[in-house]
Design a protein around this ligand. Structure first.
Ligand code: SF4
Ligand code: SF4
Length: 308
């Protein structure tokens, strides 16, 4: 990567740009400058954190307070102090993650094959991950709805948010930072968007359950009867061959419900671990397709259009 030069000046001549302006102009030029150097938006956590560190180091509040009463030489010295602090802070962490936590708040990582040892070391357990099966609707990094072509294992999110389960908002820190998943290590918010991992790179339930064949057999049986492709086909068939489509749909719903119940009651697994083994409940998938499936007291499912 081409080395960036830290010139410590704005535009052509900092004195010319700064000598006549009030403190607000100086502050805005400072932020503009930092934004350009960091290649980060002013609202980003990375920008905020670096700015805070530099301003503390240079005693920016004092510079700001005194700016309007400073003569040209004093302004030059103050600006130089700010640049020296920026240089110290940025050279310590230039183009490295400053651990602002913003990406951890926006989403949790998808697990890759390299993350398998994290389960062997018990950094991750079945309770901290969930499975998105092929056919699930997700939102792409560009914010567009897409349908998954292959299975993904993801770290759970804090309920009601997209925040990673391991992120501690109060301290803006990761509970497993030294052993964080590969995708977190690859995260470089300052660089161009990285390529999405190739399907062969993704960690799968098959790899994770290689040592527990009784669970893997269950996964396969579930996939056979409750695969999302089959369920979607049944949904589409409701308009043409209602009887066959309803039969397939109810079979999938009941089998999904039965297996979850069995894993919870007999195997004593948590709901979180079951979302890893079987993926998210089928009822949720139907909701994404505009249908509410509710279990009646008689133990059968009733389907109704979902009201937003
Ligand atoms: S990679 Fe994530 S945590 Fe690191 S600086 Fe960028 S947004 Fe912040
Ligand atoms: S595992 Fe840690 S570094 Fe990765 S997204 Fe979660 S909190 Fe952030």
């Amino acid at each position: 990567m081409k080395e960036k030069k830290f010139l410590g000046k704005i535009r052509q001549d900092p004195l010319e740009a700064l000598a006549k302006g009030p403190k607000e102009v100086m502050a805005s030029l400072w932020q503009e400058y930092l934004q350009e150097i960091l290649n980060a938006k002013q609202k980003s956590g990375r920008f905020r954190l670096v700015r805070q560190q530099v301003e503390e180091k240079a005693d920016f509040p004092q510079i700001y307070r005194d700016w309007n009463n400073m003569d040209v030489e004093a302004r030059a010295a103050a600006w130089k102090r700010l640049m020296a602090a920026a240089k110290d802070v940025l050279w310590a962490g230039w183009e490295t993650c400053v651990r602002c936590g913003e990406c951890c708040e926006l989403s949790s990582p998808t697990l890759l094959a390299q993350d398998l040892p994290l389960f062997q070391q018990e950094v991750l357990t079945w309770n901290e991950v969930y499975t998105l099966r092929p056919g699930e609707k997700v939102t792409s990094r560009e914010g567009k709805p897409v349908t998954l072509a292959e299975e993904r294992l993801k770290i759970r999110e804090v309920p009601g948010s997209h925040q990673c389960w391991f992120y501690l908002a109060a301290t803006r820190s990761c509970r497993i930072y030294d052993q964080r998943p590969e995708q977190c290590r690859r995260q470089e918010c300052w660089a161009a968007e990285a390529e999405a991992p190739a399907p062969a790179e993704l960690l799968t339930r098959e790899a994770l359950l290689a040592g527990v064949p009784e669970v893997w057999e269950l996964v396969q049986a579930h996939q056979e009867r409750c695969g999302l492709g089959r369920v979607l086909q049944a949904l589409q068939g409701l308009d043409t061959d209602q009887e066959t489509a309803s039969e397939a749909l109810f079979d999938a719903l009941h089998f999904d419900h039965y297996l979850r119940h069995m894993l919870q009651e007999e195997w004593k697994l948590t709901a979180a671990a079951i979302d890893f083994i079987l993926g998210l409940p089928l009822t949720r998938f139907l909701q994404d397709h505009g249908i509410n499936a509710s279990l009646t007291p008689e133990g059968t499912y009733r389907l109704t259009p979902r009201c937003e």
